[in-house]
Design a protein around this ligand. Structure first.
Ligand code: NI
Length: 146
């Protein structure tokens, strides 16, 4: 680590986000550099798992969408029918009057899981979309004690 080159760079962000970020990292004793580095690493890990993996994966796609957007619910159901081969279940939570959260459990081809996620993200009214997966192979080679 000590021999690693360190670069400085500046980042623009909305004031509110920066304030919340600073308040939060203060609580856990991180400075901005450490917190940003941690966030960058976890972003890269997520990206690798959800984009670079070629074998089968298992996990979930968590989406939050605007309940009031006309046709969105039907559109999301249509997409899920197309990808039914990799979807094992869907759980729907009515968050408040205007927002729904859906957890779509996926198991199968990583490429299809990513495509499902991308198709959903394209829909107007989808506010958050997070695909969290692990490789099935990684579990097989994991600790035998579990
Ligand atoms: Ni709902």
């Amino acid at each position: 680590m000590g021999s690693e080159n360190v670069f400085r760079f500046s980042v623009s962000a909305p004031q509110k986000l920066v304030e919340e970020f600073d308040t939060t990292i203060k609580k856990i004793g991180y400075d901005r550099s450490k917190a940003i580095q941690t966030a960058m690493r976890s972003f890269l890990d997520d990206y690798k798992l959800s984009h670079d993996v070629k074998e089968d994966v298992a996990g979930g796609l968590v989406i939050i969408y605007d309940h009031d957007v006309r046709g969105l619910e039907e559109g999301l159901t249509d997409i899920q029918h197309i990808y039914q081969n990799i979807i094992s279940s869907t759980t729907h939570l009515h968050l408040d009057k205007h927002h729904c959260l859906e957890i779509i459990a996926v198991k199968g081809d990583a490429k299809l899981a990513r495509k499902l996620s991308e198709e959903i993200m394209k829909k107007r009214g989808v506010k958050q979309n997070r695909l969290v997966v692990t490789t099935i192979a990684a579990q097989k080679s994991g600790s035998p004690n579990r």
